[in-house]
Design a protein around this ligand. Structure first.
Ligand SMILES: [Zn+2]
Length: 485
């Protein structure tokens, strides 16, 4: 199968071929853990999840790393060396609120490591709810920036040795953008534009330390910083960009990786700086293909707290929306378009998931045995073919719904096809045991039926339905799940 993706670096759709098939190495910029992740963040993470699952469907063995940024990220990250305050300061305030409302059981919400640990846990929980495969890979121990200070310092040392980085008079280590002719290639910036754009945005005192206004911070000695480590350049902390270069190369074990993803807001400065750091140190191309998900719009506008259209995953779950519906909603639009989420339209995604589940359950009932199918099956070929076309999920879903509408006659074969499709979509699996209370009530129904006490079984069943669940009893027993519409 020929796979073609849009590469931000070359501004064109290109054939994707990993360096060492069947392995694909992929790095995704992950969350900064000072607050709960919002649905825009998760659209970008789920895009990476969809990409990985499609590549696996296509037969590749994907080695995926998504980092957790728990140090070095400043509130004004559109500047290459980050202005504003440490995001962990914001995190302290958030954790204090969470402790006050009884959500966070922490001893010291001022401790930045407790802030990071708490919101890393929240991220993993949200990722699991949204069925991101990445969360299964690192149970309880995602790759944290603070666990990779040594590889970051190594990389900084190499950059200084190669003349790409210098120590300024005030002891900070900067990357010298003028030593890297390709700086600006990814984002379409030139050094002259950046020189002009930086004027007045950073304090003169800070700028005076740098050789070029666009030089960015690799290490900042600051004994007063919330998190700090010993370094040859003084006790301090790493810049945000160096962590992704160091972690991608260290954890994937390659200087050149196949795929690097992020949100479109990562293109500049973050990914531009990553390329300069990685290639500056290794002399080799860093990521062969860069893919960026566009912003998620909510009610037709960019999400912001001031507009009142800002939602975390938890906000939606608290409104009774099933996480699988959120997953479907966030993956259903092609990643290079601005998906628009409207709360009132979420029921469309609920209905779509419901329809897929009913279809699959119908097949399961009619199925009499296992069938084998591969990607040459016409339905799978169309589904995978659409995804091979720059991950065109809208077209892939249209293929699925057309097929469902045709009511495939061979249930065994259709079920095998569906299972391959659902290995990408992951909407079928019912999260049994998510809710102990509900699974307990299901077991009580089965017990009553076994005792032939059908009145009790009916009452228990009706109770679940009244609470908004769909209840199914099969030979394997009773299951219930929240109604999706
Ligand atoms: Zn990153």
């Amino acid at each position: 199968m020929q796979i073609r993706f849009y590469n931000t670096l070359t501004h064109q759709v290109e054939t994707f071929e990993p360096l060492e098939p069947p392995t694909v190495t992929m790095y995704n910029c992950g969350p900064t853990v000072y607050d709960y992740g919002h649905i825009g963040n998760f659209r970008s993470f789920l895009f990476a999840d969809l990409l990985r699952r499609f590549l696996e469907l296509a037969g590749y063995d994907v080695r995926q790393v998504m980092n957790v940024t728990d140090v070095g990220h400043m509130t004004e990250d559109d500047l290459a060396d980050g202005g504003g305050e440490d995001k962990m300061q914001v995190g302290r305030r958030r954790l204090k609120e969470a402790k006050k409302s009884g959500v966070a059981d922490v001893s010291d919400p001022d401790d930045p490591f407790q802030v990071a640990a708490f919101f890393t846990g929240a991220f993993i929980e949200d990722a699991r709810r949204l069925r991101m495969r990445i969360a299964d890979e690192y149970p309880g121990r995602v790759p944290r920036a603070t666990d990779h200070i040594a590889p970051m310092q190594d990389l900084i040392r190499r950059l200084i040795e190669k003349g790409h980085a210098y120590v300024s008079d005030d002891g900070a280590v900067y990357y010298s953008v003028e030593t890297f002719p390709d700086y600006g290639r990814l984002s379409g910036n030139t050094l002259d534009q950046l020189r002009g754009g930086a004027g007045g945005r950073i304090s003169d005192e800070h700028q005076a330390q740098k050789r070029h206004p666009a030089d960015f911070l690799l290490w900042k000695p600051d004994s007063g910083h919330l998190m700090k480590w010993d370094a040859p350049w003084g006790e301090g902390y790493p810049g945000w960009h160096i962590e992704c270069s160091a972690m991608a190369m260290h954890l994937l074990g390659r200087e050149t990786i196949d795929l690097h993803t992020g949100g479109e807001d990562n293109i500049f400065p973050h990914h531009e700086c990553e390329i300069a750091q990685s290639t500056g140190a290794s002399g080799a191309p860093f990521a062969r293909m860069w893919m960026h998900a566009r912003f998620l719009l909510v009610d037709g506008e960019k999400m912001s707290k001031s507009r009142g259209n800002f939602y975390t995953v938890r906000d939606l779950v608290d409104r009774g929306i099933d996480p699988v519906v959120i997953r479907y909603e966030l993956i259903k639009a092609p990643y290079r378009s601005n998906a628009n989420l409207t709360l009132s339209d979420l029921s469309d995604s609920g209905k779509a998931v419901q329809r897929l589940r009913r279809f699959a359950e119908g097949l399961e009932q009619r199925s009499t045995g296992e069938a084998e199918v591969d990607l040459s099956h016409p339905v799978l070929a169309r589904f995978a073919g659409a995804l091979a076309d720059d991950l065109n999920i809208a077209e892939a879903l249209a293929t699925v719904f057309t097929w469902i509408g045709e009511d495939p006659p061979d249930a065994d074969e259709a079920l095998a096809v569906w299972r391959r499709i659902d290995s990408v979509l992951d909407v079928m699996r019912v999260a049994v045991g998510d809710d102990d209370d509900v699974s307990g009530r299901c077991r009580a129904i089965d017990d009553a039926r076994r005792d032939r006490d059908f009145d009790t079984a009916d009452q228990l069943r009706q109770g679940l339905i009244d609470d908004g669940y769909e209840v199914m009893t099969t030979q394997e027993g009773t299951t219930a799940r929240r109604s999706l519409t």
